[in-house]
Ligand binder design. Sequence first.
Ligand code: PLP
Length: 489
Amino acid sequence: MQIDHAETANIEKLISRIGAGLDQFLKFEHEDCWHAEPQWRAHLDVPLPHQGVGIDQVIDDLVMHVIPNGSAVPKPGFTSFITTGATSASVLASTAASIAAPQRYLLNAFNLLEDVSLRWLASMCHVGHMQGVYSSGGSVANLLALGAARQFAFEKLGHDAGADGISKPVHVYASAESHHTIQRSAGVLGIGRRALQIIACDSQGRMRVDALGAAIEKDNRSGIVPMAIVASAGTTNTGAIDPLKEIGEIAKEYGIWFHVDGAYGLPGILDERIRHLYDGLEMADSVIVDPHKWLGASVGVAATFVRDRQLLYRAFTQEPADYLEGAIKQETEAAPRIEHSMDDFGVPYYDYGVELSSPCRGVVVWAMLREIGVEGMTQRVKRHNDMAGYIAMAAKAHPNLELLLEPTLSICCFRYVAPGIVDLDAFNRQLHRRLIRENQNLPSTTQVNGKLALRPCFVGARTNQAHAEALLKDVLRIGQDLAKESIGF
Ligand SMILES: *Cc1c(COP(=O)(O)O)cnc(C)c1O
């Protein structure tokens, strides 16, 4: 039996037990947790305890029942979604922050690292002229960017949308391949999901600029306020990059806010071989990137960049509160004399977004960049792009493979083919099922121009060329087996 007690520092010993369990997990020798589900469910899904068991037992449970039955996402062969295992530097920094600085406000080293790392991140991603704020993920990062867009569009009409809501219907333009969180942001911001105008894509999955121009012209004639154009720098589906320069020029011509969703693909700018695809990024009014995707941060870190955070402030301020009044140092005022760290709230991130309580995320990005630097990140991004390129080359060369789309970044869409297979979609779906059951290579499937594709997306820090080769080998082996079974050769 355990009763409440004043906790004492004992992290070192406890964390080493968790560490041993995690190191074992990271060998990936365990089966998929699906196999033992009845056992761990029986152990964990029990009624609310009235008497505690004490921290030793909690750690034992974690090491014996929880960690070994964790997710497939951190597996190096997992290439299904643009989400991946966190690097050690990032999780340890995040653990440190949750103990030493449970909030990102007040003067302290963690609050400083929010700003330092935002500047580093902006500089690394070629948007060094912009100011940032962290949030929980691309969903919220897009919401904040579009909140700034809404504020901008209505201030031009002499209206404060943050304070008074919107006064006219607006439209947001994004491609058919844009992320669905754009649509949800429009709903949350009160402009409505239907305000999203879907612009058609070309066969490479990029926004058609002619269709964009036509949609804006049509709205201009009917008096609808064009609020924002959203371009993708790396679509989730295929990694396509919209023609940023041409889109940016249209945005400039019409005076419309230009947002670039680089949640996944912005770090692709580190690869100098494709950097020209990001031409026009400098015209963006807002840009987002998810460090918890390609950069390997623990989940819960995205960044929104805008030219001037005061716009975010006007869009999202909570208005002053009595218990904070006088304690907050306005960024513009000369610093008051500080006699304690609580005299200074630090940079007021809580007014640039939608979270008041928030973990310190800057230290996570800081740790990752300090660990391997821009050079290390560049190597990782190029390695992953090369892996997608390797699959594409092999798919073009092999008679039983077909490349469905030339990769732009680290996603490659291809499929198995053989003469005599009537329904290639059904065949590849079946192949994919078997691949997943083998639990080594775990790509997703998607549709490319109406065809079912196998879609590995390489973003994991622990994923390398050997995994691309293993995936290819397994696809060919399973494809041959399946073809033998279904068509007899
Ligand atoms: C993943 C993704 C998002 C959403 O980000 P979350 O971190 O999952 O909320 C938005 N846009 C793009 C292009 C993405 O790839």
